[in-house]
Design a protein around this ligand. Structure first.
Ligand SMILES: Cc1ncc(COP(=O)(O)O)c(C=O)c1O
Ligand SMILES: [Zn+2]
Length: 374
């Protein structure tokens, strides 16, 4: 039983509270859960000598210091690329993607309880979250089973296996992969990162870091790739927390970047009808959620902060991937989607060059088999 003091876990739909840290969806209506924070952000409470995401430990009251499972994630460089354009190099996290921010809070919060029950954790992922949950599980001496779509990239599968965790390839859609991972089995605790509120909540640190690296002044715009929506929702939650606490003046304009093939959020925001392809074949192999369970929540949050959404074509993704690599930033094609969307908005004069802009580079180039064009 969880003691509710300065935070609560609540359903995003019926708003009932959940009292178990192992609940991954609302026990009453089945909708996604969310963390409600009942405390302010205070820059004076940042642990300045902790050079990881845990410098913000004071804002994670559900994790005891002795339970923290860390691989040194977070406190990632923010690099100036050109005049007003900055890259947040989140692909430099310990497993090569931003997902480590979510895995460190999720696994830190639950590992003792799962071990006490003699259980193991099950996760479904397009690859990166699976690798990340596998790494943090092994660090916590916890067993994990990772379910992935059959088109997952070779390097991602090898990475998961390298952490010593079994991988189950599932044919069919991304939703079918999730169904398999959620199936009830003796000792299994489903911790799917898309649903579990403690994963999404860890991504708040990305917003805190960007704000702190700009000395608590926010950039005008942030571009990030979106599939299931954990990155988008985590970043919005972090900026809203900072703004509600009076640490920053306003939430930046956040642009959710999607591939044309996988663009349910873009279509919803623009009030257009979305028809997903029969099979996703995009080079952006991490962006595969054609029917994301968090779509309603993403739409609501993005509209509330007056954010925007953009889509890009395959050629634009490959061009952006190649340009980034040729300038020294070797990221996976799914990450290049955000840069491609920024370039598109620049061309279409939908963003001024004068706006201070951050592009979140989410996954390492070593995770792809695609070669930059020569
Ligand atoms: C490299 C990379 N970028 C972006 C995303 C999108 O994140 P989300 O699914 O939270 O929207 C993913 C998700 O797998 C990813 O692996
Ligand atoms: Zn509910």
């Amino acid at each position: 039983m969880l003691k509710l003091m300065n935070f609560e876990i609540r359903c995003t739909s019926c708003h009932k509270a959940s009292f178990s840290i192992l609940d991954f969806r609302c026990p009453s209506c089945g909708n996604p859960l969310d963390l409600c924070l009942g405390f302010n952000f205070e820059p004076g409470l940042v642990q300045l000598r902790n050079y990881s995401a845990w410098r913000y430990a004071r804002f994670y009251p559900y994790v005891d210091a002795k339970d923290i499972i860390t691989l040194g994630e977070g406190w990632i460089p923010l690099v100036r690329f050109s005049n007003n354009l900055y890259f947040k190099l989140d692909y430099l996290n310990p497993t090569g993607s931003f997902k480590d921010r979510g895995s460190t809070t999720l696994i830190s919060a639950i590992h003792r309880l799962v071990k006490k029950h003699g259980g193991y954790v099950a996760e479904d992922s397009s690859g990166n979250a699976g690798a990340s949950v596998a790494a943090y599980s092994t660090r916590a001496q916890l067993k994990a089973k990772i379910y992935v779509p059959e088109n997952v990239s070779g390097p991602k599968i090898s990475q998961i296996k390298s952490y010593g965790m079994p991988v189950v390839k599932v044919a069919g859609s991304r939703s079918q992969v999730a169904e398999k991972a959620q199936r009830a089995e003796e000792g299994r605790f489903y911790v799917g990162h898309i649903f579990h509120p403690f994963f999404r909540d860890g991504i708040r640190t990305l917003a805190y870091e960007i704000a702190e690296q700009f000395n608590w002044k926010t950039p005008e715009r942030i571009y990030l790739p979106v599939s299931a929506g954990t990155l988008l929702l985590g970043v919005i939650s972090g900026f809203r927390h900072l703004a509600d606490s009076g640490t920053i003046n306003n939430v930046p304009k956040i642009i959710a970047c999607q591939t044309r093939q996988v663009s349910p959020l873009y279509h919803r925001i623009r009030k257009l009808k979305y028809k997903p392809p029969k099979k996703v074949t995009s080079v952006a192999d991490a962006l595969v959620s054609t029917n994301p369970p968090l779509l309603d929540l993403m739409t609501k949050e993005l509209q509330e902060i007056r954010g925007d959404a953009e889509i890009v074509d395959e050629k634009e993704i490959v061009d952006a991937f190649t340009e980034l690599a040729h300038k020294g930033f070797f990221v996976e094609p799914s990450s290049a989607v955000a840069y491609a969307a920024y370039q598109k908005q620049l061309r279409n004069k939908e963003t001024p060059k004068t706006d201070k802009t951050v592009i979140v580079l989410t996954g390492h180039g070593l995770k792809t088999t695609l070669q930059p064009a020569s």
